[in-house]
Each structure stands twice: as C-alpha cells, then as structure tokens.
Design a protein around this ligand. Structure first.
Ligand code: ATP
Length: 568
C-alpha cells in the first residue's frame, strides 16, 4: 500500500474529535488494506513499529531529526531551527520545508508502507560508530520519497510523538467492524489480545484466517500475557458475598509485579506494562535457574527489596533497581526477593483455565525455596476471622495488605474481576481512597507556579466505551520538584486539540494532552458533579505519585468509581 494513503488517513484522524467517528474512519480504512499490510498498518496507527513488549524504541534525538529535515529539504540548519521555533513541532517543520524539495530522482508519493516500516526498523537496528549519520541518511531518503504531508507523519513516528488519539482498544474495535461486520466481536478480539497483546498478530490472524483462528490464540512462552487484577471492597465482610467458598489469602506485597517466561534456553521477565525488564535483574534470572524447575514455564510474583535479614524494604528502595547502567553495582547494593504466587503455563500446557488451586499446587512443586526466591505467604480458609487475623499479621510484617483469591477461579488475563479482591491498610484505617488517573489537560500556574502548570485535569478510563472521562482537577500535593518535572514529562503528549477519546463536561483545560501519564491521587470523598464528564467528582484530591508502571488504559475505571460512590 502507498504510504500516502496512510498519511491521508492520519490527517483525517487528526481532525476528528469523536472516538466513535475515529473508529468508523479506521474501520473503513482497514477494509481497503491488503491483508499483508494490516499488521504493519496496525502498529503504525499506534505510532509503533512493533508491539510494546519487544522493547523497540524509535525515539531518534530531535537534533538528528532536524538535521535530516534540513538535508532532505536542501536547506541549512539555521533555517530548520528557525522554522522549528516558529511552529513548535518537528513534523510541521518538515511539512513546511519540504514543500519545495530539491530535484531528486525519486518520484514523490512512491513510498510504500512496507518500505517505511522496514526502514524505520533499520533506523533502530543501526548501532555503533557512525550510526547517527547512517540513521540520518535513512531518514533523509524516506523524507525525499514522501509528500510534505507524509513527511510530517514520518517525523512524528520517528520521534515517537504521533499522538493520533487511537489506543489499542480503538484499533481492536475498528478491526472487528472491518473484518467481521459486527462491533460486538471486539470482545473476542480483546480476549485474544489479553493473551497475545500484539495488534500485529491479532490483525493479521483476523484478516487472513478469521475469527475462529483468533479464538484459538493461546499462551506463547516469551510473549507476555496481560496480568489479572483485583477488585476492592468496602469492608472485609463483603468478601464472602463476592467470593463464595474457600479462599486463598495471600500477602499483598508493595513491590513490582513480574511475569517470568522460561523457554528451553532463555528466561525473560516482563513488567506490569509488559516491558521486558530482564536486563535489570540478572540476579533474579540466576535465582530462577537455580530454584525453579521446569523446561518451560510462565509464572508470576512480586519482587521486593530486602535487607540483610530478608525483611522487606520500602518500594522506593526497589525503584533504585530500575536502571540501565551500573546494574551489577545495584544488584549488590539492593538485594531482592521474588515472592511467587501464580503459574500460567508449564511444560507445553496452558494453565490459564485451571483453577487457582491447581495452578498454585503445581507452582509449589516447582519451587525450591531460598532466601531470594520463595512462595507468597498464604493461608487457605473460608473463615472471615482467619482472614482478619492474617491481615493483622501482614501489617505487622510491614506488607501492604492482603489479596483474597477464589480457590476455583481461572486466571482471567487482563481482567479486574471479582475472583481476586485486595484489602489494604489504608482501607482499614482511613476513609480516603486512592485512584490512578490519567492527565488529559492542564491549567497554567499563577504566582508561585507561573511558568509551570498550576493544576491538572484528570480522567478515569471508561473501559466499555474506550474513553477517558474527566473526574477531578488536581492542584494539591505537587512538590516543587514535581512541578518542574511535569511539563517535561507531559511535553511529548501535548496536542493542540481535545483528543478524540477524552470526554469533558463544563471544566475545560487550557492545554490538552494525549492520555498517557498516570498519577496516583488520594481523595477524601466522591460527590455528584455536572462539571466532570463522569458525573461524579473526587473531592479534596491530593497528588501522591506518578504511576510510571501504568499505561493510560490501566487507570482506575469509571465503573470502579461509580461502584465506590454507590457503596458509600
Ligand atoms: P494497587 O495500586 O493497589 O497496587 P493496582 O491497580 O496496581 O493497585 P491491583 O489489581 O489492585 O493493581 O493489585 C494487584 C497488584 O498487587 C499486582 O499488580 C501486584 O503488583 C501486587 N501484588 C502484591 N502481592 C500480590 C499477590 N499476592 N497477588 C497478586 N498481586 C499482588
């Protein structure tokens, strides 16, 4: 397919302010895409060149990209810089300067989507001495082959700032509409996507083999599975209503979730965001090799920083292990312990549809417990008094709380269902609650906060409609450091219009952001409010921290907040 067609689609999507309209446009477009191109086009629509878990980051430095624009347009760097200053966006700069391209032998508009995709991969694969020059040359060649409008989008993809407004769920919706004619089939696609979070594989399988083949998509060792999540309750007494029967009650540790995949010759570790974090934890790879048996497996647990006696340390201590350099030094400085709690796959067999009891029994057989690797603390009971006692014990041991799990439930990938319930110490001691919300807009600061943002407009995620509904304006709790950091963090997501999936009511921000950055917010109360899209608002919100481990779609959902309001 000619890349110009995709550029025209981007242009149309960029001017669309409704999520539904966006899905329709995408679906119409997908119908015309040759089946060999659908995977590539699905990735590119999300501004990516692979799925998240492959860890391929395009992100060429802006300086190099501007150099490439100058070279392709046959103009000097000072003019490129000046135009960039005027327009404030490298894509627009390319579009403007490439209006008058120098004579080249390559005819305009003959860049195919495949070629673009391959060359973008080549840019990321080029390393070592002289690689910057080579990357620039590849980009120059692409820009020369594209139209000015095409160049605008190539630049944005290269910088990782496409901001088309579409998320994974938008693409799945459009795929269902285009290939099955029925939006409802998105559910089937989503179920498969939870086990195989790769829009390329999903779209190609659907286009080439149909819905039946989608239903057969199964665990593949080395490809992360979306993690199962927990619901919250208002009181421990509710647990018996929600989960009849016996419970596996585990400690809820305040560390980082890990999903470990072992194939015959390799161990890979994935985070909650499904990023490959194996390189950060060479010690854990070694412990796994020494303490967990099985040729192939997928297991889950929580990693904690520990002191020399094996006692858990604060989450912030563990965060020092999130690094790209001095890894061996920090392996020694910050020892860790992996607390295993689930098994998803073992020696050729998926355990997703097995009960919690079967999964954890098999896990226990595989683990030879040691200081750095052990099973999660757990009791099995149907007595609420035992649960309360275990909870108190866990608090004494400085854990975050407990997880109560249904003994006979399956592993529901990517789902926050009632088979897992969390109970944390804040629920117990305070009337406040925390929420993970997405920043969708901001207001300029005044007085002490001039030059930065004074308040943020935050939204929860409506997972049914795939939209972000505003629910609070957040100004309290932001430290001076955070106020300085935020504009830098948010710059990549800045857009000049309301993103299509964002829904607002009366409160409209002064600047907009593509939903991407998640913050944890503490609030005293939920009240009715016509000012926010949800129809509810959080009162006295206070910023707690950035949730860099979460994507926008992993924010607290509209449904959860409505439920909490009802329960109050
Ligand atoms: P929170 O902010 O409370 O951690 P969350 O939205 O990140 O909530 P939840 O579904 O509420 O996620 O809680 C699950 C998280 O708790 C997991 O992602 C994992 O990191 C952590 N966790 C700690 N101990 C356990 C355990 N025993 N079983 C499952 N998850 C656990």
């Amino acid at each position: 397919m000619d890349f110009q067609k995709l550029a025209d689609l981007y242009e149309e999507l960029e001017h669309t302010s409704s999520g539904n309209k966006m899905r329709e446009i995408l679906a119409e477009f997908f119908k015309k895409v040759p089946e060999d191109d659908i995977a590539v086009i699905s990735y590119l629509t999300l501004g990516q060149i692979t799925s998240d878990y492959e860890g391929v980051v395009l992100g060429m430095a802006e300086k190099s990209v501007l150099k490439a624009i100058g070279k392709a347009a046959g103009t000097d760097e000072s003019r490129v810089k000046k135009t960039m200053q005027e327009l404030g966006d490298a894509g627009l700069t390319a579009e403007k300067l490439l209006q008058k391209k120098p004579q080249t032998l390559v005819p305009v508009g003959k860049l195919t989507v495949k070629e673009l995709f391959e060359k973008l991969h080549k840019i990321t694969d080029t390393t070592g001495t002289g690689s910057q020059e080579e990357k620039i040359n590849i980009l120059v060649n692409l820009l020369q082959k594209a139209s000015p409008k095409g160049a605008k989008y190539i630049i944005r993809i290269t910088l990782g700032t496409l901001r088309m407004g579409a998320g994974d769920m938008t693409v799945l919706d459009a795929l269902a509409m285009a290939y099955t004619g029925d939006k409802k089939n998105k559910e089937v696609l989503e179920k498969a996507y939870n086990i195989c979070p790769d829009v390329g594989i999903i779209s190609e399988t659907l286009a080439k083999k149909g819905l039946k083949a989608i239903e057969k998509i199964d665990v593949h060792v080395g490809r992360p599975i979306k993690m199962m999540l927990a619901q919250r309750v208002e009181s421990l007494a509710e647990v018996a209503e929600k989960i009849p029967g016996r419970w596996g009650v585990e400690a809820k540790y305040d560390g980082e979730r890990m999903q470990v995949h072992k194939s015959k010759d390799k161990i890979s570790i994935f985070s909650r965001r499904m990023e490959n974090i194996t390189a950060q934890f060479p010690d854990v790879v070694k412990y796994l090799q020494e303490h967990v048996s099985g040729k192939e497996y997928v297991i889950e647990g929580e990693i904690l920083a520990i002191d020399k006696d094996g006692k858990p340390l604060h989450f912030q201590v563990l965060m020092q292990r999130k690094r790209k350099t001095d890894i061996e030094e920090y392996v020694k400085k910050v020892p860790v312990q992996l607390k295993l709690f689930d098994l998803l796959y073992y020696n050729g067999k998926s355990f997703l549809h097995e009960s919690y009891e079967t999964r954890t029994n098999q896990l226990a057989k595989m683990v030879n417990v040691g200081k750095h690797i052990t099973l999660a603390d757990r009791i099995m009971t149907d007595d609420p008094r035992e649960v309360e006692k275990f909870f108190q014990k866990m608090l004494k041991e400085k854990q975050e709380g407990i997880m109560i799990k249904s003994m006979d439930s399956e592993y529901q990938a990517g789902t926050r269902g009632w088979n897992w319930i969390k109970w944390k110490k804040e629920y117990h001691t305070e009337t406040t609650d925390t929420f993970d919300l997405v920043i969708v807009g901001a207001f300029y600061g005044k007085g002490k906060r001039s030059g930065t943002y004074g308040a943020l407009l935050c939204a929860c995620y409506n997972d049914k409609d795939d939209t972000f509904e505003t629910v609070t304006k957040l100004g309290t709790g932001l430290t001076d450091e955070m106020l300085e950091e935020l504009p830098k963090k948010l710059k990549r997501h800045l857009v000049d219009h309301k993103p299509a999936r964002v829904i607002i009511s009366d409160i409209k921000p002064e600047v907009w952001f593509e939903p991407a950055v998640v913050v944890e917010v503490l609030a005293a109360e939920i009240t009715k409010s016509p000012s926010h899209a949800l129809g509810l608002a959080l009162r006295f919100p206070r910023f707690i921290k950035l949730r860099e481990d979460k994507k926008a779609e992993q924010a607290t959902t509209s449904k959860e907040i409505k439920q909490m309001y009802k329960d109050k």
